[in-house]
Design a protein around this ligand. Structure first.
Ligand code: URA
Length: 211
């Protein structure tokens, strides 16, 4: 497992506004998209390409195009949906599948309540979108699910991660090819498994649910 934290002043600046509890949902959504596009640049560094012959106005030359099968982008519902636009802006020909997973806030168990993915993912490069890597439980279940379907290479794009969640994933998936690309590694989890300093409940902040 390889973890990359994007070290860039624009990422840090946008993340600071995102964390601010006074940032409204419309601004929050926009910032998530922008941040994901920046993360996607790093996350797609290993995307497979193949040689393509083209004619420029001057001469014939060889460039590259994305290989087939196309990469598959999988937002984890609900909060991962807010990351989809930012990802597909950079890689518009990617296929998109969906996984609905939720954490039972009492037991912290993960349940899969929806799935819309190709049956066979053999040889596919998959990009999983989930903003908050807290305990790591959701990502662990998503990654296992995708490997069972035949996915070859999995990259998770997250905004924030807690050290506890990263350690748990490392313990279970340490030997695998999984890449994790983050905007920041935060300090810790609190007693409710929220990331500290974090940004609160990403789904609620994206979609405007207020207590
Ligand atoms: N999910 C969230 O939305 N926020 C956290 O801090 C942890 C999990």
């Amino acid at each position: 497992m390889r973890v990359t934290v994007l070290d860039h002043p624009l990422v840090a600046h946008k993340l600071t506004v995102l964390r601010d509890k006074n940032t409204t949902s419309p601004v929050f959504r926009l910032l998530v998209e922008e941040l994901v596009t920046l993360l996607a640049y790093e996350a797609t560094r290993g995307v497979r390409v193949e040689p393509v012959e083209i004619d420029t106005p001057v001469t014939r030359t060889t460039g590259v195009g994305l290989s087939k099968p196309r990469p598959l982008v999988v937002p984890i519902l609900r909060a991962g949906l807010g990351m989809l636009e930012g990802m597909t802006r950079l890689i518009p020909t990617a296929e998109v599948g969906f996984l609905g997973m939720a954490r039972n806030e009492d037991t912290l168990d993960i349940i899969t309540y929806a799935e819309r993915l190709p049956d066979d993912l053999t040889g596919r490069q998959v990009f999983v979108l989930d903003p908050m890597l807290a305990t790591g439980g959701t990502l662990r279940e998503a990654i296992k699910f995708l490997y069972r379907r035949g996915a070859e290479q999995i990259t998770c794009v997250c905004l924030l991660a807690a050290p506890e969640g990263l350690a748990a994933l490392e313990e279970e998936l340490g030997d695998s090819e999984v890449n994790i690309v983050l905007a920041a590694r935060d300090e810790r989890l609190d007693e409710n498994a929220y990331i500290v300093p974090g940004l609160g409940d990403a789904g609620d902040r994206l979609y405007g649910v207020v207590d």
